[in-house]
Design a protein around this ligand. Structure first.
Ligand code: AMP
Ligand code: ZN
Length: 140
């Protein structure tokens, strides 16, 4: 546990939350400021910061809890779809530095645009793919 981390405090029961699901490695609870009602956060019980330092075991557990919770949110709030997302580091919008998956119920016509997209410039996709493939050669 990290004593400065609000999600560690929620896991420990030192801060209140609307808990939805819990197992040995993970906890799911309602986001306090939802995109839509039912917006849920899935966290590992072990403290780490984000996708870059979470253990493979905790990540696998969070992924499975996300699958279970997404199905329950879909049914429970009568969603028409579900977005799953994760912010990693401040420049990607991460505010709470304990890994968390956002599970967001969506409704036909809710008009929410989460990820604006653009087109690649000439040659940019080839060059970008080359750099990432090179990084994959050296990463675990
Ligand atoms: P992120 O920007 O990905 O770090 O998202 C952090 C999320 O945590 C935001 O959507 C907040 O609304 C949510 N949040 C912050 N404090 C609490 C809390 N005490 N209980 C539930 N959700 C929280
Ligand atoms: Zn923490």
């Amino acid at each position: 546990m990290n004593g400065d981390c609000i999600f560690c405090k929620i896991v420990a029961g030192e801060l209140p939350s609307h808990k939805l699901y819990e197992d040995g490695k993970t906890l799911a609870f309602l986001d306090i400021r939802p995109v839509n009602a039912g917006h849920t956060l899935v966290v590992p019980k072990n403290h780490s910061s984000n996708i870059f330092d979470i253990s493979p075991e905790d990540w696998a557990a969070v992924a499975e809890t996300t699958r279970i919770v997404a199905r329950a949110i879909d049914e429970g709030v009568g969603a028409d779809g579900v977005n799953i997302g994760m912010n990693n580091r401040e420049d990607a919008g991460q505010v709470v530095h304990h890994p968390h998956i956002h599970v967001i119920p969506r409704f036909k016509g809710d008009g929410i645009k989460l990820m604006p997209q653009r087109d690649y410039r000439e040659g940019e996709a080839d060059e970008t793919a080359r750099k990432i493939r090179a990084a994959l050669q050296t990463s675990t």
